[in-house]
Design a protein around this ligand. Sequence first.
Ligand code: ZN
Ligand code: ZN
Length: 187
Amino acid sequence: MIYAIFVLKVILLILLTDFVTGFVHFWIDQYGREDMPLVGKSVISLNINHHKNPMDMTRRSYWSLTWSSWVLGFVILLLWFLAFGKLDWEIIFLVAYGAQGNIIHKWAHRPKSQNGKIITWLQNWKIIPNKQQHRHHHNSPFDTYFCVQTVFLNPILEKIRFWNGLVWVLTKLGFPPAAGSEVRGIH
Ligand SMILES: [Zn+2]
Ligand SMILES: [Zn+2]
């Protein structure tokens, strides 16, 4: 029973991580601008470049793809520790797994020959996104399928029009997205 609860907890944490990293991806794609301080040149422009040249990331190293996720992760861990005075394994799992987002994303762009048996198996069994599923995100104006760590959330979020609804609410509150403007390379 305890074992079953632990497995269920890990599955829920994986889905939660997929949602959290999907949300960060949504913010970068829809609201990020290259002239923003700190993140503009280092994070936003790299992401915009990914939409223009999707295969570029397949040639980049582990650290060049994950450093910004690790930095954000350590900020989350620090805030968690300051708030609760301890670091639970669940938050460490979320940060460590979340930091691999761009690596799983990279696998979705690489050919099968480079991915090897285990990654291809996970993609074939539709546990992590493969090329066909991730393709939905690469349709201009890049406004859906932001979750790149599993295949489970994207169809549900799309069905309930979650991201469109979020943009609608934020626009009503005075925060229209930058997407569709020149910073996306879309005219
Ligand atoms: Zn994107
Ligand atoms: Zn991609």
